[in-house]
Design a protein around this ligand. Structure first.
Ligand code: ADP
Ligand SMILES: O=P(O)(O)O[C@H]1O[C@H](CO)[C@@H](O[C@H]2O[C@H](CO)[C@@H](O)[C@H](O)[C@H]2O)[C@H](O)[C@H]1O
Length: 487
């Protein structure tokens, strides 16, 4: 049984320990849904699986399992394994997220605010759930698992769990209460009640929210715009039909509004020299770890350190607050009512304490600037798998990225209370540069573990961000970088 969970977790998209050697040391059933046996009727065990890494450290993953007495041909693709369960006897175990026959059990439990044996479904009032729906499992590149119930509600099942309030739930709750236009309304959440063992903290397992039915993924929209530009060899980014500039500007405005709403809902702090020094240290340490894992980073380590060292020269007090923490186009949805922002969990690899700590909103702005760069270069990598920074397509990629970075920043600075003059101040620019470089360093590790074919995207950005040649502060190279045919 342990081996079956090891294999299942090791190959799951949401597993954060990819590339690391690990063993499963414990599988603990913390809750059940459905009937008490597997005879004929499905039975769900909510299992918490402890993963011990050979290099040290452990993580806990949630695996809801549908147990059956008989093999289920329709669920063959979701088989975890077959074994003798202590309580249930011989079972065939399947990933419950794929099994529509059992996913309705979560919705039913949310609907009545079910609470039993330390497992509580919290339900917020104000929306009547549509119970007459089927679940559809999202298939994207996710750190968690999301199920849409018809076009009414969406349940996100958190995979890596830890005692303490989950920031995605916490922030959705606060912004829903504040009436923010830029998030999906929270409908409820599932948690293990606090115990002594969890230090008096709940372990939050899932959240239920409004399904944004008219939504288009920001990342997909951006890719479509880039493709449109590449198809029009003679037109500039602002001239093609699929120009994304106005959307980027509106996204900048929405981001500023969400930052203001977060500042109003949670306490803010001020950072002085000690905290800025700690920030620079954290960035330098992350760089050291990344250089050890991704040797191609080594030639850029010194100039990257210079960018991080500059953070210690910031003299103005820096106001910090709750932020998104892992902001990119894939966390944005364009609906008929404007941009919505999702997934406030922060970077999945960081410990909870770091993910909920106040940070500068410039971290989020930097994340989005990186994402525009990613969109342009991801399509470039598709068109021209051998990346060549001097090619025409590479020039156009930089052009698209610059235009949309500029528009996003313009929308942000026009509306943010942090930039009353509508411009980024010099100290803010130092932070923005450092956060961009730090994010690109993080991305090299992320890509090395998850999508090695894309590692050239953050590496290319790091090359540009650290280039001695003239470049503007969003890390973009200047006119002398234009290939001859465009100059
Ligand atoms: N409320 C929602 N309505 C519709 N789609 C959503 C909603 N929330 C998220 N999504 C979609 O689900 C995807 C994954 O959600 P996300 O919260 O980023 O999950 P993860 O934490 O697993 O990365 C998003 O990219 C978005 O396309
Ligand atoms: O969405 P998650 O919270 O799981 O974030 C992780 O995965 C992201 C990829 O899905 C990753 O984002 C990186 O790739 C994006 C394109 O797929 C790009 O838009 C982002 O700029 C880039 O950072 C994110 O870093 C990671 O934490």
């Amino acid at each position: 049984m342990i081996k079956a969970f090891e294999q299942f977790i090791g190959s799951a998209r949401w597993f954060g320990g990819k590339g690391l050697a690990f063993q499963v040391s414990d599988v603990r059933r913390v809750g059940t849904l459905g009937t008490a046996d597997v005879d004929g009727t499905p039975y769900v065990g909510i299992e918490l699986v402890t993963v011990d890494y050979d290099e040290g450290g452990a993580e806990t993953y949630q695996v809801p399992v549908a147990y059956y007495a008989e093999p289920q041909e329709r669920l063959e693709h979701a088989l975890i394994g077959s074994w003798d369960d202590e309580k249930l006897g011989p079972v065939h175990a399947y990933d419950a997220m794929h099994d529509r026959a059992v996913t309705r059990l979560w919705l039913q439990a949310f609907n009545v605010g079910h609470s039993q044996d330390g497992l509580t479904f919290h339900r917020l009032t104000g929306h009547e759930l549509d119970m007459d729906t089927h679940s559809t499992l999202f298939s994207g590149e996710q750190s968690n698992s999301s199920l849409a119930f018809g076009d009414d509600s969406l349940m996100k099942v958190f995979r890596k769990v830890t005692p303490g309030r989950n920031p995605d739930i916490e922030i959705h709750a606060a912004l829903t209460e504040a009436g923010s236009e830029h998030v999906a309304a929270l409908y409820g959440w599932l948690e293990l009640d606090p115990t002594e063992e969890t230090g008096g903290e709940p372990v939050q397992l899932a959240m239920l929210q409004q399904f944004l039915r008219t939504a288009s993924d920001g990342w997909d929209l951006a890719l479509a715009s880039v493709r449109d530009l590449y198809a029009e060899a003679d037109l500039r980014a602002d001239e093609v039909g699929g120009d994304f500039g106005a959307e980027s500007r509106r996204l900048g405005v929405a981001t500023a509004e969400v930052h203001d709403a977060l500042a109003a809902a949670f306490p803010s702090q001020q950072w002085g020299p000690a905290e800025l020094s700690a920030l620079a240290d954290a960035m330098r340490s992350r760089l050291d770890a990344a250089v050890a894992a991704v040797p191609e980073l080594a030639p850029y380590a010194d100039p990257l350190r210079t960018i991080f060292d500059a953070v210690e020269q910031v003299t103005s007090r820096v106001v910090v607050q709750r932020v998104h923490g892992d902001f990119h186009l894939g966390q944005t949805l364009r609906t008929a009512l404007g941009w919505k922002i999702v997934d406030f969990e922060g970077e999945p690899a960081k410990p909870l304490a770091d993910r909920i700590a106040p940070d500068s909103p410039w971290r989020d702005v930097a994340g989005m600037l990186r994402s525009f760069d990613y969109a342009a270069h991801a399509v470039e990598a598709d068109v021209e798998p051998e990346l060549n920074e001097n090619s025409q397509i590479a020039y156009r990629a930089r052009e698209w990225a610059s235009r949309n970075q500029d528009e996003f920043l313009a929308g942000y600075t026009e509306f943010s209370t942090r930039t009353p003059d509508g411009t980024v101040l010099p100290d803010q620019q130092v932070l923005l540069d450092a956060y961009q470089a730090d994010k690109a360093v993080y991305e090299t590790i992320y890509e090395a573990r998850n999508r090695p074919d894309w590692i050239g995207i953050p590496l290319g950005a790091i090359k540009r961000l650290t280039a001695p040649a003239p470049h503007d502060r969003a890390g973009r190279t200047g006119a002398d970088d234009v290939p001859e045919e465009n100059s």
